[in-house]
Design a protein around this ligand. Structure first.
Ligand code: SAM
Length: 225
């Protein structure tokens, strides 16, 4: 799967996505993450990409021209039938695991990151981007959001994690949280690992995990049930 990120800060994307599981998946050729500098498409001699908003108001807005020129060039770089364009935005629907699964069906995601007061609305319409938020709060830029999307979608792609069960058991299809997990030592500061997990009885362990997941969900996220 290919991710193209349009940003004023490509290094933020490269630094995050070049490491750990997403970095390894790129080296293995399962994922490809390309960050593109919108500033490189500015026609201004000082490479400016922002301007004051019409009608007045605080802050600066990213201009539609370099954003759309960058999009056109990037879009043409790797045409794929199942391509989706997303603008990371606090105005979008909030990203969920269900949405991540939906996005994992595409071959290519183009992720547009805003900065300052955002982007001229005409650019969003012009490139046909869906707005997607990573939470009901406001960030300074879309780069963290793009990394969140790449991470949660990328790990659903075959071969990125060791086994599909790594993610299917986390949030069970019914929408429950994962059961609590433990590793060595068996006793930590007086707290012992639940006996059943040491029993080797897989049926009992499965039953315990289901009930523990239910309990965890009731306690921490009752809204999911
Ligand atoms: C300071 S915000 C602009 C907010 C804009 N004035 C508004 O109220 O919608 C700058 C950029 O950060 C990104 N951003 C901010 N909050 C976000 C969120 N919750 N989810 C995804 N992206 C976000 C967007 O790309 C946005 O263009």
């Amino acid at each position: 799967m290919r991710f193209d990120v349009l940003t004023l800060f490509p290094k933020m994307i490269e630094d995050y996505c070049g490491q750990s599981i997403i970095g390894r998946a790129q080296k293995a050729g399962i994922l490809e993450v390309q960050a593109h500098d919108i500033r490189a498409y500015s026609k201004d001699k000082h490479r400016r990409v922002d301007d004051t908003p019409y009608g007045g108001g605080m802050g600066m807005l990213m201009s539609a021209v370099p954003v759309c020129d960058c999009f056109d060039a990037v879009y043409a770089m790797a045409p794929k039938e199942r391509t989706k364009t997303i603008y990371l935005s606090p105005k979008g629907a909030v990203l969920t695991q269900k949405k991540a699964r939906e996005l994992a069906e595409y071959d290519r995601l183009i992720l547009l990151c805003g900065h300052y007061e955002g982007i001229d609305s005409r650019a969003i319409d012009e490139i046909g981007a869906e707005e997607l938020s990573v939470g009901d709060y406001v960030l300074t830029g879309g780069e963290l959001g793009a990394c969140v999307v790449i991470d949660c979608v990328g790990r659903l792609i075959d071969g990125v994690l060791a086994d599909e069960s790594c993610y299917t058991e986390e949030i069970i299809e019914a929408g429950m949280l994962e059961y609590p997990q433990y590793t060595r030592p068996e006793v930590f500061r007086g707290k012992k690992v639940p006996e059943v997990l040491l029993s080797g009885n897989h049926k009992e362990i499965e039953k315990w995990r289901y009930l523990a997941a239910l309990e965890e969900t009731k306690r921490k996220r009752p809204d999911l049930l």
